[in-house]
Design a protein around this ligand. Structure first.
Ligand code: DOR
Length: 446
């Protein structure tokens, strides 16, 4: 009789068939040495088993945009608490952003984060290197550090000091390296000009999307795409939020040089409702906008313009968020709520479960070159997100592991919930309980 370390039985598996079309099949998954060894119905073997009847098994879902605040801002989040939130939310791995204090802009800072993550690895992890005007000549070697997922550029100021504000500097970044560069695309010159002319100090959070408006986003994204094409350097436009950018990016995607992210919160919250209900808790960069933009984001999800969903998990304490606008910091938690929110959207037929797997597993692996993950396939790592599409639950702040302790979705009822998170054949979470922290740093092809 065949031997496996573990078998997940009767799971409705989401996978591509031999013709590369999506299909869902009730199968048993035999796991050995952390890998998928067998995927078939009626597997009979001597092994510990888990009965997943009625549950959907997805390749491990990956959140490629989180801010975990360590070092320097540990009162908001640590790498360990951030990774716990990931596991509890059905996320098997994260890419963490460099705007910590100090920022992750040199090999020592990358090594420091990797060492911290390896102590409490509730999910797999990799870290971005932040581009600064000073480190441009080193970026081509920095991006090749094992455990680094690439270079991150802030074209407009957000939380922290990282900034590449001119076209000359951006051109330098794009010339120094070859991996896909992740970009926060808002035009710094316009942000500065509009902040002054709108006299924001006398305004409320309702002005946030007016300050950081469509023009701020589109101007920056057009500059970025022009320079990416000129340098033939792949770029990933993070958290795209406007109808105008989506229309533009749809035309610019051929060849795969430019890839696109949007976020679950931009697909779920909308202005002015979110500012009426949540005030500055709904403040983030780029802002949550009105329904016209949200509908354009959904269209872009379903016509293939969007490649990836990232949560932009960006915790700040309630006290910090309660400062009067515009002193209130931008950002909200998200790594733990992405899966429940998006399963709710699946249940409401806004997208298919297949499309969700593309956005959170297949495409992240393809565009960043993550090794051995992103598909239910014999030989791949046994990283899974097990979900129950029929569980109805209310998202509550008491469930949130982030040190910030709050979610903008507190009180929201959702249909669909992560039941288990598995990494390399071991559960990190089962039925809301953390299990064993056996994540590792991601490996990449480049
Ligand atoms: O709202 C945001 N918060 N957007 C960002 O780009 C950064 C993030 C943070 O780190 O707080």
């Amino acid at each position: 009789m065949a031997h496996f370390d573990y078998i997940i039985k009767n799971a409705t598996c989401i996978l591509r068939n031999t013709s590369k079309n999506w299909t869902s099949e009730v199968l048993d998954v035999g796991i050995q040495n952390g890998k998928i060894q067998s995927l078939k119905a009626g597997l009979s073997a001597d092994a510990e088993t888990f009965d997943a009847t009625g549950l959907h098994l997805l390749p491990g879902l990956i959140d490629t945009q989180v801010h975990f605040r360590q070092p320097g801002l540990e009162h908001k989040e640590t790498i360990a608490t951030g990774l716990k939130g990931a596991a509890l939310g059905g996320i098997t791995g994260v890419f963490e952003m460099p705007n910590t204090a100090p920022p992750t802009d040199c090999p020592e800072r990358l090594q420091e984060k990797l060492a911290i993550a390896s102590k409490d690895p509730w999910a797999n992890y990799a870290f971005f290197a932040g581009a600064t005007p000073e480190n441009i000549p080193q970026l081509n070697s920095l991006e090749l550090t094992p455990g680094c997922c690439g270079v991150k550029v802030f074209m407009g100021s957000s939380t922290g000091s990282l900034l590449i504000s001119t076209e000359e500097l951006l051109d330098g970044v794009l010339k120094n390296g070859k991996r896909r560069v992740a970009i926060h695309s808002e035009d710094e010159a316009l942000l500065v000009k509009r902040f002054k002319s709108l006299n924001l100090d006398s305004k409320t959070v309702f002005s946030h999307p007016e300050w950081r408006n469509e023009e701020v986003a589109l101007t920056s994204t057009k500059k970025l795409v022009r320079l990416a094409k000129l340098n033939r350097r792949p770029v990933h436009v993070l958290h795209v939020t406007t109808a105008e950018e989506m229309a533009f990016l749809k035309q610019e995607k051929e060849g795969g040089l430019v890839t696109v992210e949007t976020t679950p919160q931009h697909l779920t919250l909308y202005a002015p409702d979110c500012y009426e209900r949540l005030g500055t808790l709904a403040q983030m960069n780029p802002p949550i906008r009105d329904k016209k933009h949200q509908e354009a984001l959904w269209k872009a999800i379903n016509d293939g313009t969007v490649d990836v969903l990232g949560s932009d998990h960006a915790p700040h304490t309630i006290e910090e968020k309660n400062r009067p606008y515009p002193k209130s910091p931008s950002g909200m938690t998200g790594v733990q709520t992405t899966v429940p929110l998006m399963l709710d959207h699946v249940n409401h037929k806004r997208l298919s479960l297949y499309r969700l797997v593309e956005l959170l597993a297949e495409r992240p692996c393809q565009i960043y070159g993550i090794k051995n993950k992103g598909a239910l396939q014999v030989g791949r790592d046994a990283d899974f997100t097990l979900v129950d599409l029929k569980t109805e639950r209310i998202i509550e702040n008491s469930w949130i592991a982030s040190l910030a302790g709050w979610s903008p979705f507190d009180g929201k009822k959702v249909m669909g919930w992560p039941k288990g998170t598995m990494i390399g054949g071991n559960w990190t979470m089962l039925e809301d309980q953390l299990q064993v922290p056996l994540g590792r740093s991601f490996e990449f092809e480049f």
